[in-house]
Each structure stands twice: as structure tokens, then as C-alpha cells.
Design a protein around this ligand. Structure first.
Ligand code: ZN
Length: 139
């Protein structure tokens, strides 16, 4: 996997969880300064949350590989949308409409972009490929 990331450096996007125990650069053994390698991190490593960034990158640089990296013991396993909305409404009830309408659509068609899903085990340090396909095709 690390060799694939290094080899395809230009035009590769890694979507991963923002958990500080997970360091995708270290996992893949790549230099953070490598050109064309972009990290997009968010709670749970959710692709849906990355749509705006991925869309902009498709328009600007047309990345040819997208890697979605999840990990064991992810904090987001313990939460669901309803629980998050409930907690957010307690903090910011004035934003009720925005919080309740927090849907971001779906990623549609990026023909030719290779998508790779990987799972990183925090305990063993092993990164396993779990999915691979081409955007716009059934996996
Ligand atoms: Zn996580």
C-alpha cells in the first residue's frame, strides 16, 4: 500500500479520520512534503464530509487516486447522527434548522478516479486494503 501511495504521489487524496492516534503519513511511510499528496481528515474519515474538498481538488488537480482510510476503535463508532444533532442542539439551539438539515449530498461520478478503502489497526499497526473500485462504477 505504501509503495502505491508513493508511486502515485501526484494526484492522490487520502481521506482519513482526524483521530490523533492515526498518522496517515507514518502509516504509508511517505514524506508530508510529497507533491500531489493531499490529506483530508475529519471525524470518522467520512467521505461525505470531504465532498467540498474533493470536488475542488477534482476541478483544480484531477486526482487519479482517492484512498479512504478508516481505523479500529474509531470514536465515531460510539455516536450516530441523532446523538450528534441532540448534543449540538444543546450547545446552539439557535442553529436548529441548520443542525437538523445537515445533509451534504453524495459523491457522484468522477469517471476514472481509483478509490481505495483501507482499515488501519491501531494495536497491530497493520493497514489492510478492504475495498477498491473506480468512481462511477459498482463495487
Ligand atoms: Zn476515528
Amino acid at each position: 500500500m505504501a509503495a502505491a501511495v508513493r508511486a502515485s504521489g501526484a494526484g492522490t487524496v487520502v481521506i482519513s479520520c482526524s483521530d490523533p492516534r492515526l498518522n496517515p503519513y507514518q502509516v504509508f511511510g511517505v514524506d508530508p512534503s510529497i507533491k500531489g499528496l493531499t490529506m483530508v481528515r475529519n471525524a470518522g474519515g467520512r467521505a461525505l464530509d470531504s465532498v467540498r474538498t474533493i470536488s475542488a481538488l477534482q476541478a483544480i488537480g484531477n486526482p487519479r487516486t482517492v484512498i479512504v482510510m478508516h481505523h479500529t476503535d474509531c470514536g465515531m463508532i460510539h455516536y450516530n447522527d441523532e446523538a450528534i444533532r441532540k448534543a449540538l442542539l444543546e450547545f446552539a439551539p439557535q442553529e436548529k434548522a441548520t443542525i437538523e438539515a445537515s445533509k451534504y449530498g453524495e459523491i457522484t461520478g468522477s469517471p476514472g478516479t481509483r478509490i481505495i478503502g483501507v482499515k488501519y489497526d491501531l494495536n497491530s499497526g497493520v493497514c489492510t486494503q478492504v475495498l477498491e473500485g473506480i468512481a462511477g462504477t459498482k463495487l
